[in-house]
Ligand binder design. Structure first.
Ligand SMILES: C[S@@+](CC[C@H](N)C(=O)[O-])C[C@H]1O[C@@H](n2cnc3c(N)ncnc32)[C@H](O)[C@@H]1O
Length: 257
């Protein structure tokens, strides 16, 4: 089950408005590393079907259609309200009817919704509370891909930094960390993290990249490759992106069915 505080946050108009602003904030270290890595690594999506899990407010889905030439995007999220807002934004952006289809679904339940060429999973695995849930989410992804299809996911593991240092470092990037589990040895146990950033304040779970790789292989992917996050060379914001990347220890993961 998704946590109540997460569901509450994603139903709040105020928080969603702030969240939408962060997704286009070029000063944000996350946009200039994690999202930059994803967008600069994607193959051509021309005539492809993309499974976007979770799709949130649909920013990526619209970009896949308008900039990457995708034929169709199937966006899935557990919060119906975000899907309704996404539809409104699609209309405003003039996205042709039917090019983006939205389905409200919990990724912890493996279900076939489409047969896509590519799945994009940004901020998905951080909602798995234990290893079984991680495998369930990976199963939901593979079930919605054609044979040979690829999943692009981004991860942040926080696996190398003790809790005191993490708090200090993340605070220097304007996050307020209210809780982070101590460092430990088992990659099969995530580090629970609660931080406040732009109004959001919910539990998320930082997984070691090797644990996510293991879950993807257990779900049936044939190959998984990891690439460290890179930073946008044109970044003009105030943060030290190298320091940010070192702190969050993020990877782009490409898994092939
Ligand atoms: C940080 S947002 C990221 C959204 C989108 N990937 C993006 O990059 O803009 C996390 C999203 O995960 C969704 N979510 C969390 N748990 C989920 C689950 N079990 N199944 C489907 N969506 C989930 C939330 O509703 C939220 O929209």
């Amino acid at each position: 089950m998704a946590t109540d505080n997460m569901l509450q946050d994603y139903h709040s108009d105020d928080k969603l408005e702030k969240y939408a602003a962060t997704l286009v904030d070029l000063k944000s270290p996350s946009i200039s590393t994690r999202y930059y890595t994803l967008y600069s690594s994607l193959p051509s999506l021309k005539d492809k079907t993309v499974f976007d899990l979770p799709c949130g407010l649909g920013f990526k889905a619209r970009r896949f259609i308008s900039e990457y030439g995708a034929r169709k995007v199937v966006g899935v999220d557990i919060v119906q309200k975000q899907l309704d807002l996404s539809r409104q934004s699609d209309l405003k952006a003039g996205v042709q009817d039917g090019r983006i289809e939205y389905v409200c679904h919990d990724a912890l339940i493996a279900k076939e919704i489409c047969q896509a060429d590519i799945c994009v999973a940004v901020h998905l695995f951080c909602f798995a509370k234990n290893f079984d849930e991680l495998v369930s989410m990976a199963s939901c992804v593979i079930m919605n891909l054609k044979k040979g299809g690829q999943c692009y996911s981004t991860t942040c593991s926080l696996s190398k930094v003790d809790e005191h240092t993490i708090k200090l470092k993340l605070e220097s990037f304007d996050h307020i960390v209210t809780r982070v589990d101590p460092l430990h040895d088992s990659i099969l146990v995530p580090r629970r993290l609660i931080f406040v950033h732009d109004g959001f304040n919910y539990d998320s779970y930082a997984w070691d990249a090797e644990a996510i790789k293991k879950a993807l292989l257990m779900a049936g992917f044939s190959r998984v490759e990891l690439f460290p996050h890179k930073s946008d060379p044109e970044y003009g914001g105030p943060y030290n992106l190298d320091e940010y990347m070192k702190t969050v220890d993020g990877h782009l993961m490409i898994a092939v069915k």
